[in-house]
Design a protein around this ligand. Structure first.
Ligand SMILES: [Zn+2]
Length: 63
């Protein structure tokens, strides 16, 4: 009798848990550009379950 929960499931970028009302925050990290063969700064808008997980994720990518 369960409702299907796959409709518009969004997972937190940090903990991978499904989030009913995700908050979107910009994560800035470095990525490799295979065309120009060098690193570049990338910013992505990603879903999180909380501000806490957003800050954890940003910190983990700055290392
Ligand atoms: Zn989370």
């Amino acid at each position: 009798m369960n409702e299907a929960q796959t409709a518009t499931a969004v997972n937190c970028t940090r903990c991978r848990q499904p989030v009913e009302k995700p908050i979107y925050r910009t994560i800035i990290d470095q990525a490799w550009d295979p065309v120009r063969r060098k690193k570049y700064v990338r910013s992505q808008s990603l879903p999180f379950c909380s501000e806490e997980h957003y800050s954890h994720e940003q910190m983990s990518r700055e290392g």
